[in-house]
Design a protein around this ligand. Structure first.
Ligand code: ZN
Length: 80
C-alpha cells in the first residue's frame, strides 16, 4: 500500500519520504510498560503501530494490524 485515498479526496502517501511527516506512531501503555531501562529506539519503533493524519480533514488512518491489513479510519467530530 503506497498511498491512502482519504475520504476527503486527499492522497496520503504511506511509503516514500522518511521520516514521513504525516505518520505518527502509537503504542499501548501495556506494551510500553514492557520496556525498561535503556532501550534501543528501534525496538519501540517496531512495537508501535503506524497511523497517518490527513493534512486536509484531520482524519486518522490507523494500521492496527500492520500494513497487510486495511487501516481503520477515525474522523474528528464537528462542532454541531
Ligand atoms: Zn482527508
Amino acid at each position: 500500500m503506497a498511498a491512502i485515498r482519504c475520504r476527503c479526496g486527499w492522497k496520503i502517501t504511506v511509503s516514500g519520504e522518511i521520516p514521513n511527516p504525516l505518520e505518527w506512531k502509537i503504542i499501548s501503555d501495556v506494551q510500553f510498560d514492557g520496556f525498561a531501562g535503556v532501550v534501543d529506539a528501534e525496538e519501540i519503533y517496531l512495537a508501535a503501530r503506524s497511523q497517518f493524519k490527513c493534512p486536509v480533514c484531520g482524519r486518522l488512518w490507523v494500521f492496527w494490524d500492520g500494513f497487510d491489513q486495511d487501516p481503520s479510519c477515525y474522523a474528528p467530530e464537528g462542532d454541531d
